[in-house]
Design a protein around this ligand. Structure first.
Ligand SMILES: [Ca+2]
Length: 462
């Protein structure tokens, strides 16, 4: 009943928007007005936890079969210079959901529990207010208490399924986060459940524009509990990690199959990426680095990207321009034909993906962490083929040509003093635009989480 009430309300809201658009003449000049068969596009963001640049077949992986993500790449565009500006999990999610360099609101590093701005719409609030049904599945890991997905714009939130626990040999109870116990006592693998939630959301909302943020816990550690049938599909010994990737691919396959069945392929924009570089069992190839000990290298912040929107974004393309996940907000806003909020740092990718513009989307991309969690602080700049990074132990800037030296083995700062000077100056200028470290209160430990249980929280996202 609750759902129907809200849907009726939404119909009225949508009708109101349509009437006002017609009245102002906006609809007649829009893509929807020119082609009556065309509806406002659905948007799906597939944001995979710890997905490395080299973890997918379409990005060169030979061990792990990922046919569904490869199909998205073949039917869409691969983004080969796709960056997260603030790894790891929590700041990366804040970047995507706010479209802002998170340091602008005081989140200089991991800083779990640091609040996201109250006076700036999350992408979910933005899309809800644009007339979309907004849905979230999986891990949240951003904002402080009171800023859960169901409180910051997501109208339909999949509850976080309870984990099972087992007793270790030493007698401790240990959670099994990928093994979820259903009310009937049966066990379901969390990634399978996340895929089923995706199907439920799309089935429920197929007749209206929807925005889905799919952020599964996979392929984050612990590397355990992956069903054998997924592991069996991986070549080589790395089958627990690879099997987790295969399971994500199968979940995405459920979405692909459903979009095809419902005839929604041409009306749906999908953006896929990872929140940070891989666990040591994963692959950042051809780059080095990732989470744990690899946070100073390219592979921690350079993730695979795929943009898919049949008949709008051409099939089989590779886009090599520099871009970052801050651009996803701007791109989604453009797809929904909405004006971007003022404080967003990203740019609309659609002119680049449809070949109306060429080159780098951002001439420079910056990394700057400060405050606690210093072991993984990163100060770096990307420009053209260059990567300038502060070696924290030596307190000196090092320069690498990623095209010739993707593993960053040869520091060529001395041979290119002019390049170093330009990039250092740009980095200083960027840092000078950020607030002081002590301008915000310290993060609280009570961070926001999705509600626990089974099924959905359905409301107004407030
Ligand atoms: Ca992560």
């Amino acid at each position: 009943m609750h759902t129907h009430t809200r849907r009726d309300f939404l119909k009225i809201i949508n009708l109101g928007i349509a009437v006002s658009l017609i009245a102002t003449g906006l609809l007649s000049s829009s893509a929807f007005g020119q082609d009556k068969a065309r509806r406002k596009p659905n948007v799906v963001i597939l944001f995979i936890d710890d997905l490395g640049y080299g973890d997918l077949g379409c990005f060169g992986n030979k061990q792990t079969p990922t046919p569904h993500m490869d199909a998205l790449a073949n039917e869409g565009t691969r983004l080969t210079m796709n960056y997260v500006t603030n790894a790891a999990c929590s700041p990366s999610r804040c970047s995507l959901i706010t479209g802002m360099y998170t340091q602008r609101f005081g989140k200089f590093g991991m800083a779990r529990g640091h609040p996201i701005p109250h006076d700036h719409p999350t992408l979910a609030e933005f899309m809800r207010d644009a007339g979309y049904v907004t849905g979230q599945i999986g891990k949240w890991d951003l904002g402080s208490e009171g800023q859960g997905p169901h409180e910051r714009g997501f109208m339909e939130v999949a509850r976080w399924a309870p984990s099972t626990e087992e007793r270790t040999p030493s007698g401790h109870q240990k959670k099994q986060p990928y093994q979820c116990k259903k009310p009937d006592g049966s066990i379901v693998y969390r990634t399978d459940q996340d895929g089923d939630y995706m199907v439920e959301f799309v089935e429920r909302n197929k007749d209206k524009p929807f925005f889905l943020y799919f952020s599964p816990f996979a392929i984050h550690t612990p590397l355990e509990g992956v069903p054998q049938h997924y592991r069996d599909r991986v070549r080589g010994k790395n089958d627990m990690y690879g099997g987790a990737v295969v399971a994500v691919d199968d979940a995405i396959g459920k979405l692909r199959t459903l979009l095809k069945k419902l005839g929604l392929e041409k009306d749906t924009l999908i953006l896929l990426t990872g929140d940070n570089g891989p666990h040591p069992h994963g692959s950042a190839a051809p780059y080095a680095g990732g989470k744990m000990g690899g946070t100073q290298k390219e592979g921690w912040v350079h993730t695979p990207g795929i943009a898919w929107w049949p008949e709008t974004i051409p099939a089989g393309q590779t886009f090599e321009g520099l871009l970052c996940t801050l651009d996803y907000y701007a791109t989604v806003a453009a797809a929904a034909e909405q004006k971007l909020p003022e404080r967003c740092d990203g740019k609309n990718l659609l002119p680049y993906l449809t070949n109306k513009k060429q080159g780098d989307v951002h001439e420079f991309i910056y990394w700057y962490n400060a405050g606690p969690y210093s072991f993984r602080h990163l100060s770096a700049v990307r420009w053209k083929n260059w990567r300038l990074v502060l070696n924290r132990k030596k307190n000196q800037w090092e320069l690498f040509d990623l095209r010739k030296d993707p593993l960053e083995e040869k520091n060529i700062a001395e041979q290119h003093e002019d390049v170093v000077k330009t990039m250092k100056l740009k980095h200083e200028n960027f840092v000078s635009t950020l607030p002081a470290l002590d301008a915000f209160p310290k993060p609280i430990r009570n961070w926001a989480k999705p509600p626990e249980g089974w099924g959905w929280v359905i409301g107004d996202g407030k």
